[in-house]
Design a protein around this ligand. Structure first.
Ligand SMILES: [Zn+2]
Length: 67
């Protein structure tokens, strides 16, 4: 079983995170990542195993069955 890496939002765990290239061309500037769900924007994202994505969302959203 191969695990696939995916990018998720560091704030809410959403997989709906994407980059926006800077308008400045010719310079090495860091990409900015945007989250469609919580409107996070910043220079970092979280890369996790795809299998862990659902669990991460539960933890972030406080939906864990562990009480
Ligand atoms: Zn988010």
């Amino acid at each position: 079983m191969t695990s696939k890496k995916i990018r998720v939002c560091p704030r809410c765990g959403s997989q709906r995170i994407h980059t926006a290239k800077s308008a400045v061309s010719g310079w090495l500037v860091p990409d900015t990542y945007y989250c469609d769900d919580c409107k996070y924007s910043g220079p970092v994202y979280v890369e996790i195993e795809a299998d862990d994505a659902e669990q991460l969302r539960k933890v972030i959203n406080g939906e864990s069955s562990e009480d």
